[in-house]
Design a protein around this ligand. Structure first.
Ligand SMILES: Nc1nc2c(ncn2[C@@H]2O[C@H](COP(=O)(O)OP(=O)(O)OP(=O)(O)O)[C@@H](O)[C@H]2O)c(=O)[nH]1
Length: 598
């Protein structure tokens, strides 16, 4: 096709766009791009969303202008069908794995002349199974819940296609559409993902969507993930599927590889499960009897009679937990007049309670504890259902969770430094490993006093202890926060693991405060002289300035560092550099992985 045949691309008038559109439709010059959608837990591609582009270098290249032109020209359906045809053909040609997510507008679905058989015929011709197609219904246009649209959705579903709701949260009828259509998946609009780490309202929104989706057994896909911080936060919230520029851009010829960093993280998590199950909710897992939602309340009653220790039973549907049935609800129902006779043949679903926490087995105890405390107070007595890849594994109790967390705290106390009561090297190393295994983004700062030995020799160990305590106090004061971990390796060495963003300012605040407060520990004479004179090994007098602190900071690459050994080496190296700077100094290392010395 000669390029010059395409109308002038720089002209912005809509009549030109409409002419260009006619060209696009007549010559079928639509290029499908495919954006991967990943399983965030394994890094595997679960499918691609098809996105259409007009001719390169033209105003209609980007879908917004393309579809706007089609709407103004009254040719939207024609364009949509062309895009669908092209996407399916290219999907088959490229032999892409997994599902193909296709966008369909409400208006096309409700159009009376919508040729429903066309897609099916094309799929047959291309040899694509129907169950690989996911129809994405955009929430951006209003749906007519009782008219043609829903009937068409139903028609697609009967043909074996899955249904997803796209752009959830920004349109007209999100929850209503969700409830009417009962899709297999919902895609959270990128508006709610953008900078979610900085916006508690967006986090709450996503958390609520996950809760609804869990109870409706619907997958949640996060759209528009643009950086690692957003990805990590979404995973922490429990989102297991996602797409976005950070994971993979739309491409006409996509490379089909598992996402390297997600896959590495998954491997780490599975190794971590074996090494240190104590840290994850897996350690709380107990096997208990379960019931199906179709079982009768008589079955529940008999099971609870045989297991007097159980306050509830998990309710499953084909191995997937739906909620619980509780002893006190059953007793209340049966204790009414004729209650037992009236209700014992009724199905479990009558007493099914969904206000239960369902968590994947590799989630950390701290994260589960956080989720529980964020729930309503009335929900605090409730059980924790533990799943593996969504399938029921067992249950844990709040009591066991508290006990395990207390044990961990005792463990930290056991290894605490007696002078500062900060955790010692065992818990520090363990915490670094935990953050590496979870592929978290963190900085590690190594603090060390300069020329501490001469001070000790001059004033004695008791005064030396005071200096160490002063530094410990300042570190605690300036650096304590929920995301940071402070430790005291021993002697005058401290380590802080940061996840907060303002770590550099905080370190500088410690240096400034130390410079000022350490003066209180010197006698007036030495203070006046600005340091101490001490005889060295060669029996010569040597001058040592007032005590100062050297801080070396590293930003370990969680994917490149295998264990705390490498991180501690990196941090010690950075500390050496900061000592070379002299006085109170902060050195920020650019090295992110440890050099292997053969
Ligand atoms: N007062 C006191 N001194 C300690 C304690 N633990 C270790 N030390 C002493 O702290 C000093 C630490 O040694 P270094 O860090 O090598 O001494 P430094 O003079 O600061 O050397 P640079 O770090 O190279 O500047 C030694 O003199 C130890 O005996 C403690 O709990 N209390």
């Amino acid at each position: 096709m000669p390029v010059h045949a395409f109308p002038n691309v720089t002209d912005t008038t809509s009549s030109t766009d409409i002419d260009s559109l006619s060209y696009v439709l007549t010559h079928k010059v639509i290029t499908p791009y495919f954006q991967p959608i990943f399983d965030l837990l394994t890094g595997e591609i679960i499918g691609h969303e098809a996105l259409s582009r007009g001719p390169a270098e033209s105003r209609l290249h980007m879908p917004d202008t393309l579809f706007k032109a089609a709407i103004s020209a009254g040719r939207l359906h024609e364009l949509e069908l062309l895009c669908r045809e092209k996407s399916l053909q290219r999907f088959a040609e490229l032999a892409l794995p997994g599902k193909l997510f296709l966008n369909v507008s409400a208006s096309l679905l409700s159009s009376a002349n919508h040729q429903k058989g066309m897609t099916l015929a094309l799929l047959k011709q291309l040899g694509i199974e129907q169950d690989r197609i996911v129809i994405e219904l955009s929430e951006q246009q209003p749906y007519d819940s009782c008219g043609l649209t829903l009937a068409s959705v139903e028609y697609y579903r009967k043909m074996g296609f899955s249904i997803a709701i796209d752009d959830l949260g920004v349109g007209y009828s999100g929850l209503r559409l969700w409830s009417d259509v009962q899709p297999g998946s919902v895609k959270i609009d990128k508006y709610f993902i953008h900078q979610i780490d900085k916006d508690p309202v967006k986090r709450e929104f996503v958390r609520s969507i996950i809760a609804i989706a869990q109870s409706l057994h619907c997958d949640v896909i996060a759209e528009g993930i643009e950086n690692l911080t957003e990805l990590e936060l979404l995973m922490e919230l429990g989102v297991t599927r996602g797409q976005g520029f950070y994971l993979g851009r739309p491409d006409p010829n996509p490379q089909v590889f598992a996402h390297k960093q997600l896959a590495q993280r998954a491997r780490r998590v599975s190794q971590h499960r074996n090494i240190d199950e104590g840290e994850t909710v897996h350690s709380l897992c107990r096997t208990v009897p379960t019931v199906n939602s179709t079982d009768t309340l008589l079955t529940v009653s008999e099971l609870l009679r045989d297991h007097p220790d159980l306050l509830s039973l998990p309710v499953l549907d084909q191995g997937i937990p739906k909620g619980v049935v509780r002893r006190h609800d059953l007793l209340e129902l049966f204790s009414s007049q004729y209650g037992r006779a009236l209700y014992e043949t009724k199905p479990v679903s009558k007493l099914l309670k969904k206000d239960v926490l369902i968590v994947e087995s590799f989630i950390s105890l701290a994260s589960v504890s956080k989720q529980l405390t964020q729930q309503a107070e009335s929900a605090l007595n409730h059980e924790i259902i533990i799943v593996q890849d969504g399938a029921f594994l067992g249950v844990g109790s709040l009591r066991d969770l508290l006990k395990r967390i207390t044990d961990l705290k005792i463990h930290n106390a056991t290894y605490a430094n007696p002078l500062t009561l900060l955790p010692g090297s065992v818990p520090i190393n363990r915490e670094i490993d935990r953050r590496l295994h979870a592929a978290m983004d963190f900085h590690v700062a190594y603090f060390d006093l300069n020329d501490f030995k001469p001070f000790n020799d001059f004033y004695g160990y008791a005064k030396g202890d005071e200096v160490i305590q002063l530094l410990g106090r300042l570190i605690k004061h300036h650096l304590t926060s929920a995301e940071n971990f402070l430790g005291h390796i021993g002697g005058d060495d401290f380590v802080v693991i940061f996840s907060c963003a303002d770590w550099a300012e905080r370190c500088r605040a410690v240096l400034a405060a130390f410079e000022e407060q350490v003066r209180d520990l010197y006698a007036p004479k030495e203070l006046q002289e600005g340091g101490i004179w001490l005889e060295n090994r060669a029996e010569q007098q040597q001058f040592f300035s007032l005590l100062s602190v050297a801080i070396g900071v590293v930003h370990p690459d969680s994917y490149a560092c295998e264990s705390y050994h490498e991180v501690v080496e990196l941090a010690a190296e950075a500390k050496k550099q900061s000592k070379k700077m002299g006085g109170n100094a902060l050195f920020i290392s650019r090295r992110r992985k440890h050099r292997i010395i053969s």
